[in-house]
Write a protein of this length. Structure first.
Length: 533
């Protein structure tokens, strides 16, 4: 048997070290400081160790997949197929970044171009990963700092993309320091080491300077109901809708007072799809409205499955469910106030759970996907509004579950006039705490980016009131039925990120294209010189 040499051991070991560092740096129980070094072994692998493309690809892919498996292992208790696909594709795009960086570094042979290539390729992939069929940006690198909001108050200027750039810069500088150590250039270490300390410590120091007391302007008194109905074993197959509504009414009657202006229930309270043209005829919805009819100043916010006749949902023609009377199904939020109904449709759908990406290509796998708990088809996403009007002076940004991972959505809602955010979710799809704790942490990022307060209402937990600094002001416990009451404050100031969007991701996309064009021209010229006699 042939004993592996040092290079073979490094080829296997470096990706494992990188995956372990990244996993230990991720929340909920991680040490975020490790994210500043987590990519260094992977950079060393692609820059110093792997000689061939195949070896570099296999080693990098295995390392990134192991990271996703460790940091997102809780996903498998929900859907095996969806989890596996999401993690493989995420690992693939990270691997693609490493390979592109490796090739362009060899082409240009310049440390500054090498750094620029790493930044723009990674940021471009994260940006594109939010805008295609398999969009699942849960593990975009900047999200890893969500458990340290005191470090990242400057996300109000850059969004999560700024955090990704910060971590990439730090990893690259540590990689360069190790390269100098390899050359025994100890005297040259002083300046890069000082720059590294400034790079890591500077944004943290700035963040603490930005952490000022959140304004408290006009407020809305709310009551949030957490009924703790397990979505896997009760909500859709263990309890009838009538039983669930009765439980929620009991909690409402125990907690509601005349001061409550906004009563908030979680996602998919109405599990039987309601026709949007006849919401007033829903027996369950009317039962809930009767529970608060003694409080005429209270409005009801809740999640529901709604439907439209196919001929009335022309923009969602690809989402039509083919039955005798074709219709489009939506995961929706409803606001009911003074006999008026407003409907918001979830637009960011979970791949393989709420939508089937690449429908035609995946048709042969339909039965396997459905057996594993996936939804083969897609919900509708188009709607007439992205904000709700609570009263003449108050606009609400409705966000449903997975949408809270997309900073651009909440930013757009803030620009459209939203004064605060209401996020509704089920949050009980997993057997382990990693999922719901990461989900809660990402909601905190949306508050920092938009400068808005948020009421996060979960079916199984955690229901929370979050301020614009991303701090949890008050919350419930996971897995316990509860009522949370408080005041959510209106804010109309625009953060730089809300006003300008993901300008870093957009710029990176153009620069990445430019670098690739120059790289291809260079390769073409080399090929021509070889062919020229």
């Amino acid at each position: 048997m042939r004993i592996p040499g040092p290079k073979q051991l490094l080829l296997f070991g470096l990706p494992c070290v990188s995956s372990m560092l990244l996993n230990l740096g991720w929340g909920p129980n991680g040490y975020p400081v490790l994210l500043f070094v987590g990519l260094v072994p992977m950079l060393w692998l692609n820059g110093k160790v792997a000689q061939g493309r195949d070896a570099a690809f296999l080693a990098s892919m295995s390392g990134f997949f192991l990271f996703h498996l460790l940091a997102g292992w809780w996903m498998y208790s929900s859907t095996v197929t969806g989890s596996l696909m999401a993690q493989l594709f995420n690992a693939a795009y990270m691997t693609a970044v490493m390979l592109l960086w490796r090739r362009t570094t060899k082409t240009f042979n310049s440390p500054s171009i090498s750094l620029l290539a790493l930044l723009v390729f990674w940021l471009s992939f994260e940006f594109l990963h939010q805008h295609w069929e398999l969009s699942w940006p849960w593990f975009n690198l900047g999200n890893g700092l969500a458990f340290k909001p005191e470090w990242i108050q400057w996300y109000r200027y850059t969004g999560v993309t700024g955090g990704t750039a910060w971590l990439l810069l730090s990893n690259w500088m540590i990689y360069q320091l190790l390269a100098l150590l390899e050359k025994n250039a100890t005297k040259a270490l002083i300046l890069p080491l000082m720059l590294l300390l400034i790079l890591i410590g500077g944004p943290i120091g700035i963040s603490y300077q930005l952490t000022t007391a959140a304004d408290k302007g006009e407020g809305v008194t709310f009551m949030a109901v957490q009924p703790n109905i397990n979505p896997r074993t009760e909500k859709f197959n263990g309890m009838t809708e009538v039983q669930q509504i009765e439980k929620m009414i009991r909690l409402i009657e125990q907690g509601i007072t005349p001061e409550v202006s906004l009563l908030i229930l979680p996602e998919t309270v109405l599990t039987q799809a309601v026709d949007e043209d006849s919401l007033e005829q829903s027996v369950s919805l009317n039962s809930l409205l009767r529970a608060i009819e003694a409080y005429p100043e209270s409005s009801l916010f809740l999640g529901a499955f709604t439907r439209k006749k196919a001929e009335k949902a022309t923009e969602d023609a690809d989402a039509v469910i083919q039955v005798e009377n074709p219709y489009v199904l939506y995961n929706s939020a409803l606001l009911c106030n003074k006999d008026a109904f407003q409907v918001y449709h979830k637009s960011k759908l979970v791949p393989l759970v709420e939508k089937q990406p690449f429908y035609s290509l995946m048709k042969p796998f339909q039965s396997m996907i459905e057996r594993s708990g996936g939804f083969f088809g897609r919900y509708g996403v188009h709607g007439e509004t992205r904000t709700f009007t609570l009263n003449k002076s108050t606009q609400i940004a409705p966000v449903i579950c997975f949408e809270s991972v997309y900073g651009s959505l909440s930013a757009d809602q803030a620009v459209e006039g939203a004064d605060f955010i209401v996020l509704i979710t089920n949050d009980g799809w997993w057997d382990t705490p990693g999922g719901y704790q990461q989900h809660l942490a990402y909601a905190r990022l949306r508050c920092i980016e938009t400068g808005r307060w948020m009421v996060r209402v979960a079916n199984t937990g955690i229901t929370a009131l979050i301020n614009p600094k991303g701090e949890i002001v008050n919350s419930t416990f996971y897995g316990k039925e509860a009522v949370l009451k408080g005041v959510v404050f209106r804010r109309d100031e625009m953060t730089f990120y809300a006003s300008h969007g993901d300008f870093i991701g957009n710029a990176a996309l153009y620069l990445a294209g430019l670098i690739l064009i120059i790289h291809l021209i260079n390769k073409l010229n080399v090929f021509r010189r070889i062919k020229t006699p």
